[in-house]
Design a protein around this ligand. Sequence first.
Ligand code: SF4
Length: 229
Amino acid sequence: MNKVNYSKETEKILEQIAAGAGPEEGQAPRLLLHSCCAPCSSYVMEYLREYFDLTVFYYNPNITAEKEYRYRLAEEKRLIEAYNRQVEEGSFTGMHSTAKARRIKIMESPYDPDNWYQAVRGLEDCREGGSRCFVCFETRLRETARQAAAEGFDWFTTTLTISPLKNAARLNEIGQKCAEEYGVPFLPSDFKKKDGYKRSIELSSMFGLYRQNYCGCEFSRRQQDPDRE
Ligand code: SF4
């Protein structure tokens, strides 16, 4: 079976939007962007903000310890503020950031780890990249799709495909499934392609962003650092 080039799929949709396909003449489609953290969202926001009216959705009940969760959220907000200042001042430095870039909004969900632990019960010992991660992706994407439908967004997607450690094909399949369930289109992606991952490292360094050394859950933290309490 031929592998889908999700990066090309994104490009095709962006070309249609640039050519005027949208909810109404001159209006950018609204996209709810699930974000796991500021570093991963840095390139994705830079890439998409010329095409969409973006709202970042911070829903990550997988993150272990509320302190870590709040710190990643604060970094996300700090980056969005910096991007919005660029829009106000017209001071773009990025490869995709031009005067067409729009302000970005943020929507946050309450910290809700209990439901996440329930969803991954029995999968605690899976290595990162295995079945626990697929359940984790689905938990976050389903809630994003649900919110997108409830709030009347035109599209939804996630920053997660920027990570070389995450299965982009599986993420796209799950996104598509949630799209069908909630009736909101999922923007397919493989954001690490076209030097997207490399650019996220550059942007993280440019904005001095906190880059955690583990994915998020307590199991990934233990896998990374077995001696840590
Ligand atoms: S390793 Fe990351 S994607 Fe996998 S279950 Fe943990 S937090 Fe979720």
